[in-house]
Design a protein around this ligand. Structure first.
Ligand code: HEM
Length: 605
C-alpha cells in the first residue's frame, strides 16, 4: 500500500516537472531510493510524459470503441488517435495505481457483493417509475447475479477495449428497456456508497491505502457512469438522425408531390409552355407544345429554343428576344409563326419571362395559339376593306372597262388600216399600236383580276375529283414550262380526291399558284395532292425550288407583289377563293423549297 501512495506522490512531482520543462532535465524527486522504486518511477514518468505529449503507447494499443478516434493536440504535437474509452480514462487519470488499488480491494469487497445487489434492487423497488422496467421477480433474481459479476469485473478489470465493449453493451440494454437516464446516476450512487463503506472498513487502519482505494473507486465508477451515459447519447443521436431522416423523407415527399402538382398544371395548360436555360437549351416542353409543333419532348429537350419554335428570320428574332429577356428587360408579348412538322401555319403569341441571372437564368416562354384570332381579325379587316374599297373600285373598274373596250376596238381598226399600208413609217406605227394593245390587254387583265377579287361571282359548288383539276392545270401550263426549261410534274393518288367546290374557281387557284411557281422556279415545279392524315381535308401542295417570297411581306394581301409586272392580286384572289370554300392556304419554306399548301374540306361520302 505504501508503494502505491509513494508512487502517486512521485507521479505528481514528475508530472509537475514534465509539464513545466524538458523531461530529460527532470531529476528524480527526493525520497525515491530502491532500484525497483526507481524503475517504477521511470515507467510512470515515461507514461506521464507520453500522456502529457499525447503519445502514450497505451493509446495506440487499446481499441474497444466504434466511435471515431479522437485526435489530440497538446503542446502543438498532434497525438495518435484515441478511442473514447482511452480518452475518458486519460481524463480522470485512471492509471496503474488505480488498477492496482482496485485489484487489492477485490478480496475485501467480494463478500459484500450479494448484499450490494440486494440493496440495489431493494432501493429500486421503492421507485415505481424505475421498477416498472423489470418483467418480474425471476428477472430480478437473475439480474442480482449479473450485478454480482459486474461488481467482480469492476474491481478485477482488465479495463481494456473488450471491457469497454461489454460495458457499452450493458448500457445499450438499459437504453433498450427504456430506463430513464436519471436512474443511472442514482443507482450508481447506491453502489458507490456501499463500496465506499466497504473500503472504509477494509482500510480503517491504513489511511494511504484508504485514500488510494477511494480515489481508484471514484475513477472507475465515474468511467462506468460515463460509458453508460454515452450509450444514452448514442441513442439520442440515433433518434435525432432517425427523426432527421424521417423529416427529410417527408420533405422530399412533399417536394415530389408539389413538383408533380406543378408539372400537372404545366402539362394541362392550354398554352405552349417552354423553358430554356442560359444557353437557350430547352429544359421544359409541355404536351401542348408537343402537339402544336409535332415535335416530341425527347427531341425538344436540350435543343435550341429559337430554332425549335421558329424558322428562318423568325428564329433570329425569337433568339434576340430571349436574350433581351435574359438581361432583365421586359419583353412585350409578340406574335411569331410557329415552326411545325406538317401541321400547317400556326401563329403563336409569346410571353417571355426570365428568372435568375447569369448561368442560372431560366427563360420561360408561354405561347398562346392566336392563329384563329389572327385569321378572324384579318378576315374582318379584309371584309371591311373590301366592303368600302370593293364597291368603289368595282364601280370604277366597270367605268374603266367600257372605255377600255372602246379603245381596244379603235386600236384594232387602226392596226388593220396600218397593216394595209406598205410604207416604213406605217410599219413603225403598227409596232407602236401593238405595244399599246399589249398595255391595254394588261390593263384589262388587271381590271378583270380586280373585279374577281373585289366582287367575286357566286360559287357554283358541285362535287369534283381534284385529280382532274390538277391534271388539267399542269397540262395547260406544261408547254409554257417547257419553253422556260422548267420541269412540271403532278403526283396524284389512285383514289379520287373528292371535294365540293366551284371547279372553275379552284382551277383558277391552281393556275395562279402553278403560274407563280413557274415564275419563281429555277428547275422544277411539283404539284402533289393527297388526303390529309385525318382524311378531313384534301391538301394540294405546289412546290418550287425558287428563292421564295420575303419573310416580311404578307403575300396574300392585295398589291403586295414582289414580282415585276405582277398585279399584286393573284395570291389575294387565291386566298379569297380558298377561304370562300372554307379552306386555308399558306406558304412555308423547307429545305430550300417554297411550298404553297391549299387545304380544302373533303366532300362527305
Ligand atoms: C449502475 C447501475 C446499473 C448496473 C451496473 C446494471 C447492470 C446490469 C447488467 C450487468 C445487466 C445485464 C445485461 C446483459 O448482459 O444483458 C443489466 C440488465 C438490466 N438492468 Fe441494469 N444495471 C444498472 C442499473 C439499472 C437500473 C437503475 C435499472 C432499472 C431501474 C436496471 C434495469 C435492468 C434491466 C431491466 C435489465 C435487463 C434487461 C434484459 O433482461 O434484457 N438496471 N443491468
Amino acid at each position: 500500500m505504501t508503494s502505491v501512495a509513494c508512487g502517486r506522490r512521485v507521479r505528481s512531482a514528475a508530472r509537475a516537472a514534465a509539464t513545466s520543462c524538458d523531461s530529460r532535465a527532470v531529476a528524480p524527486p527526493a525520497g525515491v531510493r530502491t532500484d525497483a522504486q526507481i524503475m517504477r518511477h521511470a515507467r510512470m514518468f515515461a507514461q506521464i510524459l507520453h500522456e502529457t505529449a499525447g503519445a502514450s503507447p497505451g493509446f495506440r494499443t487499446a481499441n474497444g470503441s466504434s466511435r471515431p478516434p479522437i485526435l489530440c493536440d497538446i503542446h502543438g504535437v498532434t497525438a495518435p488517435p484515441m478511442t473514447f474509452w482511452e480518452e475518458i480514462q486519460r481524463y480522470v487519470r485512471f492509471d496503474d495505481d488505480d488498477r492496482a488499488a482496485l485489484r487489492a480491494l477485490l478480496p475485501h469487497a467480494r463478500p459484500h457483493f450479494r448484499a450490494i445487489a440486494e440493496e440495489f434492487y431493494a432501493r429500486l423497488r421503492e421507485h415505481p417509475a424505475a421498477f416498472r422496467v423489470f418483467s418480474g421477480e425471476a428477472q430480478i433474481e437473475r439480474l442480482k447475479g449479473t450485478l454480482v459479476q459486474w461488481l467482480e469485473s469492476l474491481l478485477a478489470g482488465p479495463w481494456d477495449g473488450d471491457y469497454f465493449e461489454q460495458r457499452a453493451r450493458i448500457g445499450r440494454v438499459h437504453v433498450r428497456v427504456g430506463l430513464p437516464q436519471r436512474y443511472m446516476f442514482t443507482a450508481m450512487s447506491v453502489i458507490r456508497a456501499h463500496l465506499g463503506d466497504v473500503v472504509r472498513n477494509a482500510y480503517a487502519t491504513a489511511p494511504d491505502a484508504l485514500g488510494d482505494a477511494m480515489r481508484a473507486l471514484e475513477h472507475v465508477l465515474d468511467l462506468e457512469l460515463a460509458v453508460m451515459l454515452e450509450t444514452y447519447r448514442e441513442e439520442y443521436v440515433e433518434r435525432v438522425q432517425r427523426l432527421e431522416r424521417h423529416a427529410l423523407a417527408q420533405l422530399e415527399d412533399e417536394l415530389a408531390r408539389s413538383e408533380a402538382r406543378y408539372m400537372s398544371i404545366v402539362e394541362s395548360s392550354a398554352g405552349l409552355v417552354v423553358a430554356a436555360d442560359a444557353d437557350g437549351r430547352i429544359v421544359l416542353f409541355n404536351s401542348t407544345a408537343e402537339r402544336a409543333t409535332g415535335i416530341d419532348r425527347s427531341e425538344a429537350l436540350g435543343a435550341d429554343i429559337a430554332a425549335t419554335l421558329c424558322a428562318g428570320q423568325a428564329a433570329d428574332r425569337f433568339r434576340a428576344r430571349v436574350a433581351d429577356s435574359a438581361t432583365g428587360r421586359r419583353v412585350p408579348p409578340f406574335d411569331e409563326q410557329l415552326a411545325t412538322r406538317d401541321l400547317g401555319t400556326r401563329w403563336v403569341r409569346w410571353h417571355l419571362a426570365t428568372v435568375g441571372r447569369g448561368a442560372d437564368a431560366i427563360t420561360s416562354a408561354l405561347g398562346i395559339d392566336v392563329t384563329e384570332e389572327r385569321n378572324l381579325a384579318r378576315r374582318a379587316r379584309r371584309a371591311e376593306q373590301l366592303a368600302s374599297l370593293g364597291t368603289l373600285a368595282a364601280g370604277l373598274a366597270h367605268e374603266i372597262r367600257n372605255p377600255l373596250n372602246a379603245a381596244n376596238l379603235q386600236l384594232m381598226l387602226v392596226e388593220r388600216r396600218l397593216a394595209k399600208l406598205d410604207a416604213e413609217p406605217a410599219r413603225a406605227a403598227l409596232d407602236a399600236a401593238r405595244a399599246v394593245r399589249d398595255e391595254l390587254a394588261r390593263l384589262s387583265g388587271l381590271v378583270h383580276d380586280f373585279l374577281s377579287f373585289a366582287r367575286p361571282a357566286e360559287l357554283r359548288v358541285a362535287e369534283a375529283d381534284l385529280r382532274g383539276t390538277v391534271r388539267a392545270v399542269c397540262d395547260l401550263l406544261a408547254p409554257q414550262a417547257a419553253e422556260r426549261g422548267i420541269q412540271i410534274a403532278a403526283t396524284l393518288p389512285d383514289e379520287p380526291l373528292r371535294v365540293r367546290c366551284d371547279e372553275e374557281r379552284i382551277k383558277q387557284v391552281l393556275l395562279n399558284l402553278v403560274g407563280n411557281a413557274m415564275d419563281a422556279a429555277r428547275t422544277f415545279v411539283a404539284v402533289e395532292a393527297v388526303e390529309s392524315p385525318g382524311d378531313a381535308e384534301v391538301v394540294v401542295r405546289v412546290v418550287d425550288d425558287g428563292a421564295g417570297p420575303p419573310d416580311d411581306v404578307n403575300i396574300f394581301e392585295p398589291f403586295a407583289t414582289t414580282k415585276e409586272g405582277g398585279t399584286g392580286l393573284g395570291l389575294p384572289i387565291v386566298h379569297r377563293i380558298v377561304t370562300d370554300h372554307g379552306g386555308t392556304v399558306d406558304v412555308t419554306r423547307e429545305r430550300e423549297r417554297t411550298i404553297f399548301a391549299v387545304r380544302l374540306p373533303r366532300a362527305e361520302s
